[in-house]
Design a protein around this ligand. Structure first.
Ligand code: AMP
Length: 174
């Protein structure tokens, strides 16, 4: 049975700042059938792909990536904002529209040859996912795919991630 997932996305205009049309995924998470359908749909693509780890981006990416990892029999790796991870970290800074941001990963999180997918809730400009790919590849891990509940296609994040591929359950062009 197919479920129209878009009906579970709530649009919040001007959040967290003016001009951003925020895609609120909490109604999708709260609906047991929609959430299970979304996780199963994303997981399906990776069943025979021998994925070792799902690299999950703070914080909504944890909610998307962890159940996919569980289903795949893969591990969960957390990528977090600075100062949140307790052990020694590798970090990577990247440019935002205004200013810059940094992401961290434990320095022993991955090793060369690990096959990973990256998970987050929404692909917007792609800056965050690209930095996460950079962190994973700094270990010599192979980024097999990136996956999202939704892609804001008008922001061209998928272009930025090339040649890496994007698996998004919903596409929004607004
Ligand atoms: P990006 O521009 O792709 O680096 O997006 C950065 C992060 O912000 C991602 O983890 C998304 O979860 C979140 N994000 C950006 N824009 C939106 C939006 N319009 N609605 C919901 N989440 C967003």
């Amino acid at each position: 049975m197919d479920i129209d997932l878009k009906q579970f996305i709530r649009e919040i205009p001007d959040f967290p700042k003016k001009g951003i049309n925020f895609k609120d995924i909490t109604p999708l998470l709260a609906d047991a059938k929609a959430f299970a359908y979304a996780i199963d749909s994303l997981t399906e693509s990776y069943i025979s792909k021998k994925i070792d780890y799902v690299v999950c981006i703070e914080a909504r990416g944890f909610v998307v990536g962890a159940p996919i990892a569980y289903r795949l029999g893969a591990g969960v790796i957390m990528v977090r904002k600075p100062g949140k991870l307790p052990y020694e970290c590798s970090s990577l800074s990247y440019d935002l529209e205004y200013g810059s941001a940094t992401l961290e990963i434990h320095k022993d999180a991955l090793k060369a040859g690990d096959r990973v997918i990256i998970a987050d809730d929404v692909l917007a400009t792609g800056g965050t996912a690209l930095a996460t790919i950079g962190l994973a590849e700094s270990f010599g891990a192979e980024v097999v795919d990136t996956c999202f509940l939704a892609e804001l296609s008008f922001l061209k994040g998928a272009e930025k991630l090339k040649p890496h591929t994007v698996n998004a359950l919903m596409k929004f062009d607004y």
